[in-house]
Design a protein around this ligand. Structure first.
Ligand SMILES: *[C@@H]1O[C@H](CO)[C@@H](O)[C@H](O)[C@H]1NC(C)=O
Ligand SMILES: *[C@@H]1O[C@H](CO)[C@@H](O)[C@H](O)[C@H]1NC(C)=O
Ligand SMILES: *[C@@H]1O[C@H](CO)[C@@H](O)[C@H](O)[C@H]1NC(C)=O
Ligand SMILES: *[C@@H]1O[C@H](CO)[C@@H](O)[C@H](O)[C@H]1NC(C)=O
Ligand SMILES: *[C@@H]1O[C@H](CO)[C@@H](O)[C@H](O)[C@H]1NC(C)=O
Ligand SMILES: *[C@@H]1O[C@H](CO)[C@@H](O)[C@H](O)[C@H]1NC(C)=O
Length: 677
């Protein structure tokens, strides 16, 4: 009874561990948790029963053998004293799991060897089977290799093949991994290192002396036709007792060679493997190529696309932000053209902190040109129409060519949509009107004023007579005279200037200029001439001496014309009384009288009476005496009243940017002013 019980228990235990008696030369491992394997090198059984022949350790081997030696030779079956190799059959499920898609280390082999001690074998391409002598008959080794590296020294057919090896790493027979369809004709490729489990069958027919090797994806039925079928007599290869097991080696590629299950049988078919009991493969925590492809690449793509989009939108934004209008005809003006980008940078993006002033024409900003560190003034002028812009720019460029120590240098321009930017030299001391009308602030003494007057006069001479073309400034006034570091007067703001060649009549244009500085014939005809400039210069002279604006509000809200007021004092013989009280009687009376008389002469209603600027210079230099005013001299206002002209009939507009608009209502009120007096 006890014996029967023991037998029962034994058989039950055998069932439980799925391990049959080694004595009969048969076993089956559905996972190796309970198996008693002889392991060496990197080989290890994982907690879940998975046999890992390798982990990733450079150039190391791993072996796993069934610990029990098996009798491979059948002495009894021999017809003579020579033993015959017995039939055997084995089946195993393996997986080659690499961190790289399609790339893994050497491979693994099912091995039949006389010893489990393969300490002399080397890793790498030798698969832990042999060493550099590459085997000899004395090794008595049979191996079925699952090779994933093509080693030319072993005449490997490719990097994904199955081979039958006898005492050598050079296969007796090898074929690319795959399996035949049941028709025997179709062939399906398999990737040994696809990370998918695959099943291998190795069958040896001792009678037929034939070795078959069959490969198939796990869980698929065994293919009818083997992948490899080789006639081989293992009697001469094997020894009596042999060990069966697996060998593998690691190289340089991070790879795991796993065996999930294994069955073996001598003299009969290997027991089938129960796939449901096989251990699971670890999930690939790929941090390399697959990772790169699966995760990093899409991420990188997204980042690249985002970067490209950002760069593109930045480019578009930048282009729009710094967009300019440029036409072919402007090429000839090239050197005077500024890039908006540069002006933008120079003025810190037209920040309010750089704002010098604002007027009807637009805003004026101070800036420093990048690179040259040149201090500039940028005048932003909006212009709506394209009309006249070409002429205007031609003018700007012409003006840019003007060089005189008493001219504020126009450096160039820039055009944008609906906007024109004029770039001038920066003048440290600002405009003259600040000193004349700013009662609290600094004022100028007489020598300074006389110096400025002479300077402006010489610049006007340059414009009218010394340059190749006659340049009419059209807007001479105190606020357009800028003072440099040395308090030199510099005539600026050429926005109103119109050019015409010497000897030809100035073409009729729109009336532009500033009220109070407009010669009567200019208002009447709209024709700007050197003489109308002289008129404005005359008003300017009176302005500087008297420290009063050309038109000022008087008593009873009446407007007082400076010219009329000075003329009245002249008639009364009290012209000195008109001198700016800020000078506190510290002035050269002759000079002051000269300038006042000259101012009146220049503002004479009749252009023929006004001296040309050349004469004006001579008077100022004392080369000639200022002639007495004609007795017929009537004031501008009186003349206007007498002529009884309707000013409303004149078109007052501002065709060019940068001009002070003379509105119709202003002229009308100037007329009305006379009625009030
Ligand atoms: C494993 O096998 C070896 C060699 O056959 C033997 O010495 C050892 O006792 C076995 N261990 C177990 C746990 O069966
Ligand atoms: C690989 O296996 C060997 C032997 O089991 C072990 O010493 C080594 O730490 C393992 N290496 C890694 C990277 O797991
Ligand atoms: C023994 O038999 C084998 C064939 O079974 C034959 O090849 C061999 O030569 C024989 N040996 C002797 C010594 O007769
Ligand atoms: C393996 O064989 C070598 C000699 O070839 C010996 O030095 C070593 O001790 C053996 N290892 C085992 C585990 O028997
Ligand atoms: C190579 O392996 C053989 C056994 O296969 C052994 O006799 C020989 O000593 C080994 N050579 C070296 C250099 O380890
Ligand atoms: C090997 O394969 C051939 C051809 O399919 C077959 O005839 C033979 O019986 C097979 N032998 C073994 C041992 O499976």
């Amino acid at each position: 009874m006890p014996a029967l019980l023991l037998l029962l228990l034994l058989s039950m235990g055998g069932e439980l561990v799925s391990c049959s008696s080694a004595d009969e030369g048969q076993f089956a491992f559905q996972g190796f948790a309970a198996a008693n394997l002889t392991l060496d090198g990197l080989a290890a059984v994982m907690p879940n029963g998975l046999l890992a022949l390798t982990n990733f350790t450079l150039q190391t081997k791993g072996h796993a053998f069934n610990p029990t030696p098996l009798r491979f030779l059948d002495v009894n079956g021999a017809t003579n004293s020579t033993a015959v190799a017995r039939s055997f059959s084995t089946s195993f499920v393996f997986a080659i799991v690499s961190n790289y898609d399609g790339l893994s280390d050497q491979g693994l082999a099912f091995v039949v060897a006389p010893t489990t001690n393969l300490s002399t074998a080397i890793a790498g391409q030798y698969l832990g089977l042999l060493n550099a002598t590459n085997g000899a008959a004395s090794d008595h080794m049979l191996a079925v290799e699952l090779d994933t590296i093509m080693n030319p020294e072993f005449r490997d057919i490719n990097s994904n093949h199955v081979g039958i090896n006898v005492n050598s790493l050079i296969s007796r027979k090898a074929k690319p991994a795959g399996y035949y369809g049941d028709d025997g004709a179709t062939f399906r490729d398999l990737m040994l290192n696809s990370r998918e489990p695959m099943q291998v069958w190795v069958d040896y027919d001792g009678q037929a002396r034939q070795l078959n090797v069959t490969l198939a994806p796990a869980q698929e039925p065994r293919p009818r036709y083997p992948l490899l079928s080789e006639a081989i007599d293992l009697s001469t290869v094997l020894t009596d007792t042999m060990y069966v097991g697996f060998s593998s080696s690691s190289g340089v590629v991070s790879t795991h060679h796993y065996v999930l299950g294994w069955s073996f049988s001598l003299d009969g078919p290997a027991p089938p493997l129960d796939f449901s009991k096989l251990p699971a493969l670890p999930r690939v925590v790929s941090k390399h190529r697959s990772m790169i492809l699966a995760l990093v690449l899409p991420l990188a793509t997204v980042l690249i696309i985002a970067a490209v989009l950002a760069a593109a939108s930045f480019f578009v934004w930048r282009r729009r932000r710094f967009a300019e209008v440029r036409e072919d005809w402007e090429d000839e003006f090239g050197p005077h053209r500024f890039a908006y980008k540069d002006l933008f940078r120079a003025t810190d993006g037209f920040k309010n902190g750089n704002l010098l002033g604002a007027g009807g024409f637009g805003k004026v900003y101070k800036g420093v040109l990048p690179g040259s560190n040149l201090e500039i003034v940028v005048k932003r002028v909006s212009h709506d129409s394209r009309q006249g812009i070409r002429e205007f720019i031609a003018e700007v460029v012409t003006i840019g060519r003007l060089r005189h120590r008493n001219l504020a240098q126009l450096l160039g321009y820039c055009r944008r949509n609906g906007e024109l930017l004029l770039v001038y030299d920066y003048m440290e001391n600002g405009s003259l009107d600040k000193y004349l009308y700013n009662n609290n602030g600094a004022t100028l003494d007489w020598p300074q004023r006389y110096w400025i007057i002479k300077g402006v006069a010489s610049s006007l001479l340059y414009l009218h007579e010394d340059w190749e073309q006659v340049v009419i400034h059209r807007d001479i006034k105190a606020s357009n005279v800028l003072l440099d570091k040395q308090m030199n007067g510099r005539l600026g703001d050429f926005g109103l200037a119109r050019l015409y060649d010497h000897g030809t009549d100035a073409q009729t244009t729109h009336v532009v200029g500033t009220m109070g500085y407009l010669a009567p014939e200019l208002v009447r005809t709209g024709k700007a001439t050197p003489s109308t400039d002289v008129f404005a210069f005359g008003v300017f002279l009176l302005e500087v001496v008297c420290g009063r604006r050309p038109i000022e509000s008087g008593q009873h809200n009446n407007r007082v014309m400076l010219v009329d007021w000075v003329l009245e004092h002249h008639h009364n013989g009290s012209i000195i009384d008109t001198v700016d009280p800020c000078l506190m009687n510290k002035f050269n009376t002759d000079e002051v009288t000269l300038v006042l008389k000259l101012g009146l002469l220049c503002t004479h209603p009749s252009p023929n009476v006004r001296p040309p600027v050349q004469k004006v210079m001579q008077y100022l230099d004392g080369v000639q005496l200022v002639p007495d005013l004609p007795s017929t001299y009537m004031s501008y206002s009186m003349l206007v009243l007498m002529e009884n002209e309707g000013f409303d009939s004149y078109i007052m507009s501002c065709p060019s940017p940068g001009m002070t608009i003379c509105s119709v209502s202003d002229v009308s009120s100037a007329t009305i002013l006379l009625d009030g007096r």
